[in-house]
Ligand binder design. Structure first.
Ligand SMILES: Cc1cc2nc3c(=O)[nH]c(=O)nc-3n(C[C@H](O)[C@H](O)[C@H](O)COP(=O)(O)OP(=O)(O)OC[C@H]3O[C@@H](n4cnc5c(N)ncnc54)[C@H](O)[C@@H]3O)c2cc1C
Length: 494
């Protein structure tokens, strides 16, 4: 453990979840850490918006893998419960289909199996139990080597017992595997949806990613009381308590490299800050393009999908809705073909609706609700221009939402406040390459091996912590990415 003025200093570029996690882990080990953030707040994509008495999270809404946050805070000698109240959600999600089927997903396996049996029959209830066993087995095999350690190599894969290699089910797609467990197309669709948790398509991503169903359906999902943004505030508070200096509204312009070693950062204002190591929390591709000397290589990986967000203040209270709701499209293959093949926003998308005022009523004025609507969207390409076509698409989505509410509750909701975030905004605000939400997609079998490392292979003392590097996107994995980058620095500098 280090910890005086001679301790090595580290600059972290970006106060997103990855950057703050790395800063916390490093400061807890005695490093002197400075975080440079271009925005005026922590959290990056984990943001919040307030307007006219309403409050919304503008990024993540589902928090899984609670032990990851416990681990981060424990590494700093703290108890996460002193910083964040994790509220378990029940149901985790309410699923709606156009044929009138409604299913509440709960984490209790017996209760969930009983609900499936009532709705779809005994065979599917048994299929559900078998599927959950299969997802748990996947978790047992892949969690340690793929999530909690250094980036896995193909050699690690070869070292796994042959029986385990077969069990990770990387040769089938998620959809091919899921449909062997269920007769009801509803359940196939429900479990395919977990591909979107890392911005991929269930028709392309390897079945190994069915592990995500275990993470949410067996381990549970939480809502940080006060809004998901409270988690970013908690990271910021802990970092500051540990002596991290966080400089907001301070964009980095360049990572300084001398003789193949990262030696500091030049800010957009022209200040030079020296350091023994630099952690880059900025999206990997974007950082390569804007902060580092060009090495002539192009990143061939496919970005993850992006998202189109509507934040709506809504008159009335809608008892048929839960905290998390999904309104499924009738044609899931077409939705993903729109996103990943045609690079167009889906014409008939699945709508995700989160209403935090169900759990925190003060997030909307009395008699109103705060709706966060998310539609999966393609990463930016010339096929669709959000600046000129975003308005029209927003109207399209609101009409879809109205139709759903009419069907479910027989009423037309009245939207009194509206804010939007398009894939273009996600790129412009956070520097997410092509507006990708989760870095790179996992649409190929070897995506986990192709993802960039936390330690740069060419430039010494340069490290990456974000959703675009190992182990991937989503709040818990990005937190693990920060811990992995900090571990690399400790190995190299201590
Ligand atoms: C709409 C939406 C919904 C989501 N839903 C979920 C969900 O339900 N559950 C889940 O787990 N995940 C979800 N995610 C994904 C999750 O938010 C991300 O995986 C995670 O927050 C990414 O964190 P990060 O640290 O990698 O990057 P970011 O959050 O992008 O942080 C990068 C930081 O770097 C800063 N930066 C960029 N350039 C510079 C520069 N030059 N100098 C200084 N600072 C700079 C940015 O301002 C930003 O603060 C969602 C994301 C979005 C957008």
């Amino acid at each position: 453990m280090l910890g005086d003025v001679r301790s090595p200093s580290v600059i972290v570029i970006g106060a997103g979840i990855g950057g703050l996690s790395a800063a916390i882990a490093l400061a807890a080990r005695g490093f002197r850490v400075t975080v440079l953030e271009k925005l005026d707040r922590p959290g990056g994509k984990m943001g919040e918006v307030r307007a006219e008495g309403f409050r919304w999270d503008s990024g993540p809404s589902v928090i899984t893998m609670r032990p990851v946050y416990e681990r981060l805070f424990r590494a700093a000698g703290r108890d996460v419960r002193d910083y964040v109240e994790f509220v378990p959600l029940r149901p985790v999600t309410r699923y709606f289909w156009r044929d009138g089927v409604v299913l509440d997903a709960v984490t209790d396996e017996d209760e969930m199996a009983a609900a499936i049996e009532r709705q779809f029959g005994k065979r599917d209830a048994e299929g559900y139990r078998r599927f959950m066993q299969y997802a748990r087995r996947l978790h047992d095999i892949v969690a340690a080597p793929f999530l909690y350690r250094h980036k896995p190599t193909l050699r690690d894969l070869v070292r796994l017992p042959i029986a385990d290699v077969l069990k990770i089910d990387a040769l089938r797609t998620m959809h091919q595997a899921i449909r062997t467990f269920f007769d009801a197309p509803h359940l196939v669709q429900l479990f395919c949806r977990f591909a979107t948790y890392n911005g991929s398509s269930p028709y392309r991503a390897p079945a190994t990613l069915n592990v995500i169903a275990h993470v949410e359906m067996a381990q549970g999902a939480w809502y940080p009381r006060g809004g998901v943004f409270q988690l970013a505030r908690a990271y910021e508070r802990l970092a500051c308590e540990l002596g991290v200096e966080v400089r907001y509204s301070t964009p980095a312009a360049e990572i300084l490299v001398t003789n193949g070693t990262a030696v500091g950062v030049r800010t957009a204002e022209g200040q030079t800050l020296n350091a023994e190591a630099v952690v880059c929390n900025v999206d990997y591709t974007f950082a390569r393009q804007t902060l580092l000397p060009s090495n002539g290589k192009r990143q061939p990986l496919e970005p993850s999908c992006s998202g189109f967000v509507l934040l709506l203040g809504v008159r009335g209270r809608f008892d048929a809705l839960a905290h998390h709701n999904i309104f499924f499209t009738d044609d899931y293959p077409c939705e993903f073909a729109d996103i990943f093949d045609r690079c167009l926003p889906p014409s008939d998308p699945t709508l995700y609706l989160c209403v935090t005022s169900k759990t925190d009523p003060e997030h909307a004025p009395p008699g109103y609700e705060n709706w966060f609507v998310l539609v999966n969207a393609p990463y930016l390409s010339p096929a669709f221009d959000w600046r000129s076509q975003g308005e029209h698409y927003a109207e399209h989505i609101k009409a879809k939402l109205m139709a759903w509410l009419e069907r479910i509750c027989g009423v037309h909701p009245e939207f009194v406040v509206e804010r939007r975030l398009t894939p273009q905004d996600l790129q412009d605000l956070y520097g997410g390459h092509r507006g990708a939400i989760y870095g790179f997609s996992s649409n190929t079998r070897l995506a986990a091996f192709a993802r960039p490392n936390n330690r740069d292979p060419q430039i010494r003392r340069l490290y990456f912590a974000s959703g675009s590097v190992h182990p991937g996107g989503g709040v818990p994995l990005v937190t693990l990415s920060g811990l992995a980058a900090a571990r690399c620095i400790e190995e190299d500098l201590c």
